[in-house]
Design a binder for this molecule. Structure first.
Ligand code: ZN
Ligand code: ZN
Length: 346
C-alpha cells in the first residue's frame, strides 16, 4: 500500500526559496524565478505568456457565412468535434491545478496557473464560436451530445477515471499516471479534431474557427512539452518510480489511446472530403511516437515515423504569421520564443 501524498503548504518561510525536490521537497512558497531548481521552467512560463490570446480577437462573421457551404457530414463533424474538445479542455483546467497541489516547487505552481487559465480560454472559445453560428437550443444540443455520445464517453473514460482516482487518493504512482494521461489527452486526443478544422480551412471553409483552433493547438504543444519535462524531473529525482512497469504502463496506455482516437476519427470523419482515414490513422500513430520521444522512450509504431498529413503544419504556420495583436491592432509583436514556436512538434 503506497502512502498518500500530502498537499504542499501554501507558505512555509522556514523552507528555502529554491525547492529541495520536485515532489516531497521543501519549498518556502515564495517564488524567485532567478533561483529555481529547473531554469528551463522559466522559459516555459515565458513561452506560455507569449502565446496569450483571447477568442474575441477572432472575428467569427466569415464563418457565419461559410457554414452554409458545409456538407451534412462536415456540419455533423463540426458540432461533434467542438463538443468533444470541450470535454477535454474543461477537466484539464482542474487537473493541472490538482497536480500542482502535490508538487513542491513554486515555479510549477506558477506555470500551472497559466496553463489552467489557457484551458479556461480554450473552453470559452468554443462557446464563443458556437454563439455566432448556432441558436441557443442547438448549442445546448451540441454540449448534451458531447456528454452522452458513447464513443466520447468511452475514449475519455480511462483518463477521467485516473484523474478522479488521483484527486481522491493521491499517491506518487497516481501522480505519475495522471501526468501520462495528460500527455495523451493534450498530445493525441486533440489531434483528429485539429486536423478536421485545418482540412476545412484548406478548402476556405470556416477559417475563423480554424484560426481559433490554431491558437489552441499552439498552447497545447507547450502544455505537452511541459508535462513531459515535469514527468522527467519527477522520475529523475525519484529513480525508484522509474520502473519497467511504468514503461509498460505508458506503452499500453498510448496504444489504448491511439485505438480509441482511431475509432473516433473513423466515426466522425468518414465521408469528409480531403481526409483520408488511412492517413489519419498513421497521423495519430505519428503523434503517439512523437509524445513517447518527448518522454525519452522509443516509438511504438514502426509505420508512422513521418507526418502523413504534412499540410497541417503549413496551416498552423500560416495562421501564426497572420495573427494580429489585438491590443495594438497591428501584426502581433508578442515575443517569438523560437523560429517556429515549436510547430515542428506537429
Ligand atoms: Zn486546452
Ligand atoms: Zn492543455
Amino acid at each position: 500500500m503506497t502512502k498518500l501524498m500530502q498537499k504542499v503548504a501554501i507558505m512555509e518561510p522556514a523552507n528555502p526559496v529554491k525547492s529541495t525536490g520536485i515532489i516531497n521537497g521543501k519549498s518556502s512558497g515564495i517564488l524567485n524565478w532567478n533561483d529555481i531548481a529547473y531554469p528551463s521552467f522559466y522559459r516555459t512560463y515565458r513561452e506560455l505568456l507569449s502565446n496569450f490570446w483571447i477568442p474575441q480577437e477572432v472575428n467569427m462573421s466569415p464563418d457565419a457565412k461559410s457554414i452554409v457551404e458545409l456538407s451534412p457530414e462536415e456540419l455533423r463533424a463540426y458540432k461533434l468535434t467542438i463538443g468533444l474538445l470541450a470535454t477535454l479542455d474543461t477537466p484539464q483546467a482542474r487537473l493541472i491545478h490538482g497536480v500542482s497541489e502535490y508538487v513542491s516547487d513554486d515555479s510549477v505552481h506558477a506555470i500551472a496557473a497559466i496553463i489552467a487559465q489557457q484551458e479556461v480560454v480554450h473552453n470559452e472559445s468554443y462557446s464563443y464560436a458556437l454563439s455566432t453560428l448556432f441558436s441557443f437550443e442547438e448549442q445546448k444540443e451540441i454540449f448534451d451530445e458531447a456528454r452522452r455520445n458513447p464513443t466520447i464517453i468511452a475514449r475519455n473514460e480511462r483518463v477521467m477515471r485516473a484523474y478522479d482516482d488521483f484527486i481522491q487518493d493521491p499517491t506518487e504512482e497516481k501522480l505519475i499516471h495522471v501526468i501520462v494521461y495528460s500527455l495523451i489527452l493534450e498530445g493525441i486526443f486533440f489531434y483528429s479534431g485539429f486536423a478536421f478544422f485545418y482540412n476545412l480551412a484548406r478548402q476556405q471553409k470556416m477559417n475563423a474557427t480554424a484560426q481559433i483552433i490554431s491558437f489552441i493547438n499552439r498552447d497545447e504543444l507547450v502544455h505537452g512539452k511541459f508535462m513531459s519535462e515535469l514527468l522527467r524531473a519527477v522520475l529523475g529525482e525519484n529513480p525508484h518510480l522509474n520502473t519497467a512497469e511504468l514503461h509498460e504502463f505508458i506503452e499500453n496506455e498510448f496504444r489504448e489511446a491511439v485505438e480509441s482516437e482511431i475509432t473516433w476519427s473513423d466515426e466522425v470523419l468518414d465521408g469528409i472530403v480531403g481526409i483520408d482515414l488511412g492517413e489519419m490513422h498513421t497521423y495519430i500513430k505519428y503523434r503517439a511516437n512523437k509524445m513517447l520521444k518527448m518522454l525519452g522512450m522509443d516509438p511504438i509504431y514502426e509505420d508512422a515515423h513521418d507526418n502523413a498529413m504534412p499540410w497541417i503544419k503549413a496551416f498552423v504556420d500560416n495562421f501564426d504569421e497572420t495573427k494580429t495583436d489585438f491590443f495594438e491592432a497591428r501584426n502581433r509583436s508578442y515575443e517569438k520564443v523560437d523560429a517556429d514556436n515549436g510547430f515542428d512538434e506537429l
